[in-house]
Design a binder for this molecule. Structure first.
Ligand code: N2P
Length: 385
């Protein structure tokens, strides 16, 4: 268990982002492609852009960035807009599957997206990503070797790691009898019943079925139909005690007292812990282990402004910029050069920067090919019940 003690002005910005995200209407379609449709909009680009902006004559007027919620320091986007003269059209999604559905549904306006590891593999196979020109992304060299050249994208041909993290359980220690250490807190009906209506689970087929599989002692990547059926039964048995399946506000729910514990990702809870130093909030990776992820910056094959997207990827991996982001969203950056600009209190907080040596039971989600459909079917059944 960890407790937060960090304080920061950025907390306000994160809350503001949450409020904005909550108020924003769900976009019916991808934002319109920037005008003109081509990448270059010579003449319009401001005369003086910083050296962090690449070749200004090739920059588009705007760029459409589709990211997870609460996953950027808004100041970074403003800096990019002001420094490079490119307007950022920013929108958010809540799961890899939603992102995929958006692209498969024919959305063509996005220039920069943030798929996780396994989703990169899926999108490469489907031809949905554009090969990156590494010459435009020299800051790739700042990425820790452990996160480069991963099996989901050998050679980082299509993706650059953005942030990484783990799933776990966040909780209010003043409202639970004992702080959770095991997935049994969520999935043993006898235990979950004690907090009936005060528990949330991620709204994410692979994460949540994966968590139930982990509780049962199986892999989050199980392809065994019998194990998957067992996981489904686990989820159905506790569903009456689940307030909501939610991937965006799980930590707010604990803060507001609507839940006492929730399944979520580390940074979301780390921000809540940090913003509420007077509360007894905690986050734990359960003893059974759970998921670890690397979310990446990638460019859709259909992107109208791929050059500008590469420039933004590179900008996001300037050491100071990556440090700003990690400090705001409290997910660990894979950018080694950024670490000297990150507070010791953040770097040494194991809930924010888990020790990579200490994650033995955690697993990356893998692309399971056709078995994915079985997960989707089970997920639909669980949600429908
Ligand atoms: C940020 C979401 C983290 C993404 N709110 C998990 N892959």
């Amino acid at each position: 268990m960890i407790k937060g003690s960090l304080k920061g002005w950025w907390a306000f910005l994160v809350v503001a982002m949450l409020v904005l995200a909550a108020c924003a209407p769900a976009p019916a379609a991808a934002p319109a492609a920037a005008e003109p449709a081509g990448d270059a909009s010579q003449g319009d680009a401001p005369a003086a852009t910083s050296e962090r902006c690449g070749d200004s004559s090739q920059l588009s007027d705007s760029i459409s960035f589709y990211n997870w919620g609460d996953y950027i320091d808004p100041d970074v986007l403003t800096m990019f807009e002001e420094e490079c003269g490119v307007k950022v059209i920013y929108d958010t999604f809540s799961s890899n599957e939603d992102l995929l559905a958006k692209l498969q549904g024919g959305a063509t306006g996005y220039d920069l997206i943030v798929p996780s590891d396994y989703m990169v593999a899926i999108m490469i196979q489907l031809g949905l990503l554009k090969e990156l020109d590494h010459a435009n992304i020299p800051n790739l060299a700042n990425i820790n070797e452990q996160f480069r050249d991963a099996p989901y994208d050998p050679g980082n041909k299509y993706s650059v790691p953005f942030m990484w993290g783990t799933a776990g359980i966040g909780y209010d220690a003043d409202k639970v009898t004992t702080p959770p250490t095991s997935l049994a807190a969520l999935f043993d009906p006898a235990q979950a019943k004690e907090y009936a209506g005060k528990i949330s689970l991620l709204n994410d087929a692979r994460e949540t079925i994966g968590a139930a599989l982990k509780y049962l002692g199986y892999s989050v990547n199980s392809t065994d139909p019998a194990q998957l059926e067992e996981a489904k039964q686990v989820l159905l048995a506790v569903k009456p005690y689940i307030l909501t399946f939610d991937s965006d506000t799980y930590s707010d729910l604990v803060v507001s007292g609507e839940t006492v514990m929730g399944h979520g990702w580390n940074g979301g809870f780390a921000v809540a812990i940090d913003e509420n130093p007077d509360r007894n909030l905690g986050f734990v990776i359960p003893q059974e282990g759970l998921t670890i992820f690397v979310d990446t910056l990638a460019i859709p094959a259909s992107a109208p402004n791929p050059y500008t997207a590469e420039v933004l990827i590179n900008f996001l991996h300037e050491p100071e910029i990556a440090a700003m982001n990690t400090t705001a969203v409290l997910y660990p950056t894979p950018n080694d050069a950024a670490l000297e600009f990150v507070d010791e209190a953040i770097k040494n907080n194991p809930a924010i920067f888990p020790s990579l040596d200490d994650l033995g039971n955690t697993e990356y989600i893998h692309d399971l090919g056709e078995v994915t459909q079985l997960y989707e079917r089970i997920w639909t059944e669980i949600k429908a019940q």
